[in-house]
Design a protein around this ligand. Structure first.
Ligand code: BG6
Length: 541
């Protein structure tokens, strides 16, 4: 790949001139892969404004595994402007060079495209700036503010700043308060936007999420706040919107008249991966159900938005969350199941139980599995159960949305061999991304035997391009000012209002006898009873 021109625009240029220069640099440095004919008709790429990307928690796990590799990938594919700075902020002492060397190792380890493009890396490394900062230190925030102003002049970042809070959730309020005190939120007249990305979990329950929203909105306007749920950036999740609203034939049957029920599964084969202390505070309900699973449910259940503008989309998602029936204490007892894995075998390897994981209480009552039956009280979905389940240490990694249609009204083929099963539309979010439709077909021959067959669309064989990582998509969207794939304050609160009664109700009763499922199994028996009581079964994935 050709090396980019070094970024050194003269300070006197206006923001508009700088943007035009960035676009010109971008056009000049396009590579063969950018004009790949297979990409014709796919995403129209835009380059963000010149800007500084300010990463709080830059020495942490999330920054090294996800955020910095995503930045590198965006840079490598010319999706960032030439006038760009990655300002890494954390407590530990580093120089710009020593920090760049350390993150290079992470990029080598976690980047989805290998080997590292030396030319692109050298150019990105020149734009990495390290700023040591203690979150409680007022003067350090003032120094950060001065440094960002200097970068605007020296690197042409034009006063545009995207702050990414990849820190412990408990530090968010303090950082945001300090940013407000140091004026880091102030947008400048005639250019110079300020945006902030906040990582999940956003609060621990309804009250803490409301308080956090209040604190964040004291400093930033809601339109400046980008709450990230990385599931919304996944290619197949975004495809769900295209599938539903870009095709004419599915929407007429997407309702209670045709759909029997919906199953959403997020199974992980991994355990807590060294994050025992975090997980002890979180559990599957806060970690997955409150955000990833409920977000997937909103995309399945929402009404068509009038456009894909952020608020049009989020208004419809919010309407779904508000229509979800809050479970009563009795419903929680009968319809929401929690579990915890004990020792077992996953993919032929022995696996410890959750209580044996580092930093986990040997008597822990934290759930590593949750399943529930939810209903949406609206015209489209009344009476259609949504079964949601998520668990760690399942037999395999699989995230899937399955729409199970009703049986045919008259079973004409009941006497033939192989009475057909109801239609299922399964959307595989990961891995083996794709969509499968199950329907009945006649077995070739003189008789009238019927068999269920699958029609399968697989992403990798249909498009010969790699999908971006969710963090690449979401960071680029935030840089472009598109908040449609980020959750709004009211959405987060509505999701907590569904989950909080569950957590509170569990706190009042003794936990089930944990551990109650073996690592490498599909979860506790109670989860099977939950769905079997309704005469249905979990799909075998
Ligand atoms: C995170 C959770 O949000 O999502 C993790 O905190 C989980 O516990 C992860 O492992 C799963 O993400 P993915 O993209 O690997 O499905």
């Amino acid at each position: 790949m050709p090396t980019r021109a070094p970024a050194a625009p003269p300070p006197a240029r206006t923001a508009r001139e700088l943007r035009e220069a960035a676009a010109a640099t971008h056009r000049r440095s396009r590579t063969d892969s950018d004009v790949n004919p297979l990409r014709e008709g796919l995403r129209l790429e835009r380059v963000p404004d010149p800007c500084a990307f300010v990463l709080f928690g830059a020495t942490g796990d999330l920054a090294h595994r996800k955020v910095i590799p995503a930045i590198y990938q965006l840079w490598r594919t010319n999706l960032l402007p030439a006038e760009f700075s990655l300002v890494a902020v954390a407590r530990r002492p580093y120089t710009n060079e020593s920090f760049a060397a350390e993150v290079r190792a992470s990029v080598e380890k976690y980047s989805r495209v290998q080997p590292i493009d030396e030319g692109a890396w050298a150019e990105l490394a020149k734009r990495i700036v390290y700023q040591q900062l203690d979150f409680a230190d007022d003067a350090a925030f003032d120094r950060l503010s001065t440094r960002l102003d200097e970068l605007d002049k020296g690197c042409g970042t034009a006063g545009n700043r995207l702050f990414y809070l990849a820190t412990q959730p408990s530090q968010v309020t303090e950082i945001v308060r300090q940013m407000g005190r140091a004026g880091l939120d102030h947008e400048m007249r005639g250019g110079g936007w300020r945006r902030v990305i906040v990582e999940k979990p956003f609060g621990r329950d309804y009250d803490s999420a409301r308080l956090l929203n209040h604190e964040v909105n004291k400093v930033f306007r809601e339109s400046q706040v980008y709450r990230i749920d990385h599931y919304l950036g996944k290619e197949t999740v975004r495809n769900l919107l295209v599938f539903r609203f870009g095709n004419g034939i599915f929407e007429p049957v997407w309702n209670r008249s045709y759909i029997d029920h919906v199953q959403i599964t997020m199974a992980e084969s991994i355990g807590v991966e060294g994050r025992g202390a975090f997980y002890e505070e979180t559990g599957a309900t806060r970690d997955i159900l409150q955000n990833h699973l409920l977000q997937l449910m909103t995309l399945v259940a929402m009404e068509p938005p009038s456009s894909f503008q952020a608020d049009a989309l989020r208004d419809q998602k919010l309407a779904v969350l508000r229509a979800v029936c809050t479970p009563t204490a009795e419903e929680i007892r009968r319809e929401i199941v929690r579990g915890q894995y004990g020792p077992g075998w996953v993919a032929g390897e022995p696996a410890d139980g959750y209580r044996q994981e580092p930093e986990v209480d040997p008597e822990s009552e934290t759930e590593t599995y949750v399943a529930g039956r939810f209903t949406i009280d609206d015209w489209r979905w009344s009476g259609v159960p949504f079964y949601l389940r998520a668990g760690k240490r399942m037999p395999k990694r699989a995230t899937e949305i399955a729409i199970q249609f009703k049986e045919v009204p008259l079973r004409l083929f009941r006497d033939s061999a192989g009475d057909p099963a109801p239609n299922v539309l399964a959307m595989r979010i990961q891995p083996d991304e794709g969509i499968m439709l199950r329907f009945a077909a006649k077995v070739p021959g003189l008789g009238l035997d019927v068999r269920t067959v699958n029609m399968d669309f697989a992403y990798d064989s249909s498009f010969v391009v790699d999908s971006p990582d969710a963090y690449e998509t979401l960071i680029l969207d935030a840089l472009l000012g598109d908040a449609s794939l980020f959750t709004r304050a009211d959405e987060v609160e509505a999701a907590w209002s569904i989950v909080t009664p569950i957590i509170n109700s569990w706190a009042e009763v003794p936990a089930p006898h944990f551990p109650d499922y073996a690592a490498g199994s599909w979860g506790p028996e109670g989860a099977d009873h939950l769905i079997e009581r309704d005469g249905r079964r979990w799909r075998r994935i």
